[in-house]
Design a protein around this ligand. Sequence first.
Ligand SMILES: [Zn+2]
Length: 465
Amino acid sequence: MTILYRPDLLFADGRFVSDAGLRVAEDGNISAIARSDTPSDTVVDLPGKALLPGFVNVHSHAFQRLIRGRSESRVISGKDFWSWRNTMYHAAASLDPQQVYDVARMAFLEMTLAGTTTVGEFHYLHTEPSGQPYDDPNLLSKQVIAAARSVGIRIVLLRCAYLRSGFELPRDPGQARFFETTPEFLANMEALIQETPAGSSTVRLGVAPHSIRAVPLDDLREIAAWARSKKLPIHMHMAEQVAENEACLREYGATPVALLANAGLPGPDWTAVHAIHITADEIAALANTGATICSCPTTERNLGDGILAADDVMRKGIRIGLGSDSQAQIDPLEDARELDYHLRLQHQQRAILDQIDGQSLATRLLDCATVNGARALAVPSGMLSPNNYADFFTIDLRDPSIAGHAAADLLPLIVFGMNRTAIRDVAVNGKLIVRDARHPLQDEIVSRYAEAHAKVWRDGRVAAQ
Ligand SMILES: [Zn+2]
């Protein structure tokens, strides 16, 4: 059965067009951007709305939704990233499998309400709180996948390898649920592949060696070679913190990006998450590999990580995708505009990323939130064109945050000014999972999440180390 979605305006080929519809084939793929009078089995009129490609969230840790608001205090979470982790570890240690599901559903619900249709879930909760594997070592991965299926968002589960706390560091008990050996990780990954329907359009897998801190170089080589033998995307935290670079220098005599580039590891299937503390030489080296950088500006500003040199990175042709990471906020456009805003504050200029390679700023930022992310997760999405998944959201053109526009202004108006309140309908694979800004399971998901939240934080606050 074919469906034709007919909004007032449709964003395709880099511009808004009118008198056009999005035609969706039986399999959930886009069959055409068609004239609005094209015959279809079903026609869905979307008056007063514009239709845009769904956002792609490249980097999420769903369970960290629990610490939103809990860590905005030095008394509770200390002064930096390293002490903040203790609050995060408390949440990680507290969840049973049901709560992992309940909390993930909350994060994914919020993502869909923000127009996100695909999430890359960088998942590192594997074992019981004691560190003992569950009878099924993939239990928690499956809980997160089930949560995504319940909400209707497409998931690329980036199963994380976490082998050690760091160079010359004893095991941190806060990380007890993360640890596996490389053979265990590969066996568990293999089992997860076997149990995931091949060719699924809604559940896909990837490999996530956590960081050079947690995965030594020789293990990283083995894991990356295995991932490539399975044609899975590889995602890794790189150069988020100065201390991480310093530890890498002590261990290997090089910083993470230089080390990995010299080892020939990054490639077009590789995503470097953060890549904040990198030199011009490292940017050039990364550009030569074809890797993507995933930036997470709302989290990076929340954690005080630093600012990605998006201007230098983009001038070298490196694609940037975006992630909600710690879920400090879930708002893809806020992440997109922060890429430029952080640089404005740094350089005391405006529109820093405009006209790089002749591309307008708003178009470039939208690409970061859509197609670049889809490429990083190896999914055919992020753009309204034939044979891509029919993933999209609609916006109310009369929402107070964007009301009143000229044709040329609409995209920058959306990218820089739109509130989430404007997002009305969201579709994955051509099926509406949010209608009129409501998800059908919303009340139940929020109630279950509130129960999990109350249990995790019943002991009050967590002391900083
Ligand atoms: Zn992360």
